[in-house]
Design a protein around this ligand. Structure first.
Ligand code: NAP
Ligand code: ZN
Length: 385
């Protein structure tokens, strides 16, 4: 059995352990039960359940979760669209909260600090990628915040649609003083997922950027690209998002329809113009209409659909030495960086705050493209005290 540190940690704590009807803090030396919101099968309703959080280890941080964003990945996973899952499953991989307790080996956090957690909670920490701060590409395989076997406890990891979590310190980021808590939550996934490729492929001031899909990731991509001084174009299938896109700094907005047989409007004016095109489309798509828009040495970065990308030909790529690439979230240093960057530059995700009992409805609205632009669950909203 690993050594645990709950009693000492709570003895030092000035915070009260939240007491809800589902929280049975009967034996703090070991695991603890916490209220969470999950489902017992694909396409089953999300409702309050009780889950067990493992005991606090020496380098662990216990967090009282306040706000958790809803990513489209949560929906893919809960619906079993990315393969069979083990249920009950509690999603949520962009959340912020208050540090309740820390193990004795923790150096960056103290009780009462504000902290955030993204898509990973562990990795080998010794492979070349982990040593380079690219834990998302850990060659052994990183541990996802939910639905991964938990290397530190029994069963699988469970995510942030819950009231409390225990996470290894390396995978926790600090929230800057004064950060708006609710709107910071989406930075932990949608922020870093769009920031990371801009850093890697060096999206620079004056370059031409375009994003396909103005959703949770897409609107963050737009705000980040504009903040870097790029000329931003938005491709949206939702004509009613046009005004918002301009308000967020887009210089051009193109309304298109994937199933249309006619060419995308104005697309001929964009041929060979884009330095950086980012797709956030959550389903398989046809890249053929978009590849010619990439200028010489430009990149088409897919952060959306993990499935098939159709319409890619060798000629479309070599024609202008174009690259079609992918990018997965971001490592822990970059996750801290995007949180600090957004806070310092006043970049905030546009959110709709909901209660836990509205999660099912929110899933449907994300799928229906009507969220503006990220749902965030207020996890403290129905605590009985
Ligand atoms: P989202 O909020 O649903 O946004 C996706 C947007 O894409 C929609 O708002 C819509 O924008 C557009 N869209 C939806 N269906 C479309 C279709 N069939 N054809 C063309 N456009 C379509 O989703 P999200 O949370 O931003 O996530 C986007 C995707 O990225 C998901 O598949 C998610 O799993 C994935 N993801 C990947 C990573 C990574 O590390 N690579 C990280 C997080 C999420 P318009 O209304 O403007 O057209
Ligand atoms: Zn996500």
């Amino acid at each position: 059995m690993p050594e645990t540190f709950f009693p000492e940690a709570y003895a030092d704590s000035t915070e009260t352990v939240p007491a809800g009807p589902f929280l049975a803090q009967t034996d703090p030396a070991h695991s603890a039960l916490t209220r969470a919101y999950g489902a017992v099968g694909p396409n089953r309703p999300i409702h309050a359940i009780t889950i067990e959080r493992r005991a606090l280890l020496a380098d662990d941080v216990a967090i009282d979760i306040l706000y958790c964003g809803i990513c489209h990945s949560d929906i893919h996973m809960m619906r079993g669209e990315w393969g069979d899952q083990q249920y009950p499953l509690v999603p949520g991989h962009e959340f912020v909260g208050r540090v309740l307790a820390v193990g004795p080996a923790v150096t960056r956090f103290r009780t009462g600090d504000m902290a955030g957690v993204g898509c990973m909670v562990d990795s080998c920490c010794t492979c070349d990628n982990c040593l380079a701060g690219l834990e998302q590409y850990c060659t052994v395989g990183s541990t996802l915040t939910y639905a991964s076997p938990d290397p530190r406890g029994p069963g699988q990891t469970q995510g942030g649609y819950s009231e409390r979590v225990i996470v290894r310190e390396r995978f926790v980021v600090k929230l800057p003083e004064g950060a708006d808590l609710a709107s910071s939550a989406p930075l932990l996934c949608s922020g870093v997922t769009t920031f990371s490729p801009m850093q890697h492929w060096r999206l620079a001031s004056g370059q031409r950027f375009a994003v396909i899909g103005l959703g949770g990731l897409g609107h963050m991509a737009l705000k980040l690209a504009v903040s870097r001084g790029a000329h931003a174009t938005v491709f949206t299938t939702s004509a009613d998002k046009e005004k918002d896109a301009y308000a967020m700094g887009a210089e051009d907005v193109v309304v298109w329809h994937p199933a249309a047989t006619t060419p995308i409007p104005l697309v001929d004016q964009l041929v060979n113009k884009l330095d950086f095109l980012l797709s956030t489309i959550p389903s398989p798509f046809d890249a053929a209409p978009f590849l010619p828009l990439i200028r010489q040495n430009g990149v088409f970065v897919n952060v959306g659909a993990p499935g098939a990308i159709g319409g890619v030909t060798g000629g479309a790529l070599w024609g202008q030495r174009r690259s079609l690439v992918g990018s997965c979230i971001g490592g822990m240093p970059e996750t801290q960086e995007v949180v600090d960057y957004c806070c310092a530059n006043g970049i905030r995700p546009q959110i709709e705050l909901i209660r836990p009992d509205q999660i099912d409805e929110a899933f449907l609205r994300v799928e229906g493209k009507s969220v503006r632009y990220r749902f965030v669950i207020d996890l403290a909203s129905n605590r009985a005290g």
